[in-house]
Unconditional design. Structure first.
Length: 317
């Protein structure tokens, strides 16, 4: 089952992709793909319906983030052997855990905004997963029972804030737009080879990252078990699991996103993302113009009932 959210920001509808690649509207069954609905009971409810009877949504609609308002967005650092070797760093003995602030989450084709003053914005293609039931101190051999499905993630990172502006990685990982997820969740039963998936990332058409999830130091079941020993995991919680070699900071010379680039990434069976990178100053200008237009439209709407009747020849219907 492939689950996604489609529509404008703030008004996305839950949907599934049927066997003909049509988007079927699930809003008559669930309100959203969020912590209240991302569970195994919901999957059973959807399996029991006749999907062909569901309304078809326009496939040209914007695709939103595949999970709405998770309580946690957890990241795993330095979790690919070849990525550690690329940096001449020792293999971690335990998973490196950090948080991505949930306000960073965006859709799979939304723009990436370079933070104000940033000269070190970087990319990371990653496999993500979503939890389907509450997990506390879960044994490794039962850990996969708690995983609902998988999706594509770009763990966008600001390296200077991550490594040079204090002792934690979080502030370099959580800027707005630094967490594109999707396009869709594929349920675990339809992706048995999740530890053998090819992954890639291109910048302006040039291949930067190539890897495979078999290179993970700590695989999915180990990560779920370990994280559940540090915190309770809840339905809808999401995790990105590390990246292969080819990030910008490790190039010679280092290469970082400034604005104007196109970033395309994908993982086998999980679709692709495509982002335009926008410098903060341009994004600020666009946002201000949109705000002025919105305020102007609101002002016109407010004044119309008062002003229009004064115009000669105006007739109210």
């Amino acid at each position: 089952m492939k689950l996604l959210r489609v529509g404008n920001i703030g008004s996305e509808k839950p949907a599934l992709i049927d066997n003909e690649n049509k988007y079927r509207d699930l809003s008559s069954i669930i309100t959203d793909l969020n912590p209240d609905t991302l569970n195994f009971e919901t999957l059973e409810k959807i399996k029991a319906i006749n999907v062909s009877k569901l309304p078809v949504l326009d496939s040209n609609l914007r695709i939103g983030a595949c999970v709405s308002k998770p309580s946690k967005f957890i990241g795993i650092g330095l979790n690919f052997k070849d990525h550690a070797e690329e940096q001449n760093l020792p293999i971690p003995k335990e998973p490196i855990i950090f948080s991505k602030f949930t306000s960073c989450i965006t859709g799979p084709n939304d723009p990436i905004i370079v933070p104000k003053g940033s000269n070190h914005t970087d990319w990371e293609v990653e496999l993500g997963f979503v939890i389907g039931k509450k997990a506390i101190n879960v044994n490794i051999d039962r850990a996969l029972d708690y995983v609902l499905g998988f999706f594509l993630v770009n763990d966008v990172s600001e390296r200077n804030y991550q490594k040079n502006r204090g002792l934690t990685w979080d502030k370099g990982k959580g800027f707005d737009t630094f967490g594109p997820i999707g396009p869709y969740i594929i349920t675990k039963d339809e992706l048995p080879d999740f530890q053998k998936l090819n992954m890639f990332l291109d910048v302006n058409g040039k291949r930067m990252q190539t890897g495979n999830t078999e290179q993970m130091i700590f695989d999915i079941k180990n990560l779920v078990s370990y994280m559940s020993s540090c915190m309770s995991l809840h339905p809808g919680d999401i995790c990105c699991t590390g990246t292969p070699p080819g990030v910008g900071e490790n190039m010679k010379p280092p290469y970082f996103l400034k604005g104007g680039e196109e970033v395309v990434l994908g993982i086998d069976k999980l679709g692709q993302q495509k982002h335009k990178v926008v410098p903060f100053k341009d994004w600020f200008k666009i946002s201000m113009i949109e705000l002025i237009i919105a305020l102007g439209a609101g002002l016109i709407s407010f004044l119309s009932p008062c002003v229009l009747p004064l115009i000669p020849g105006y007739i109210s219907y």
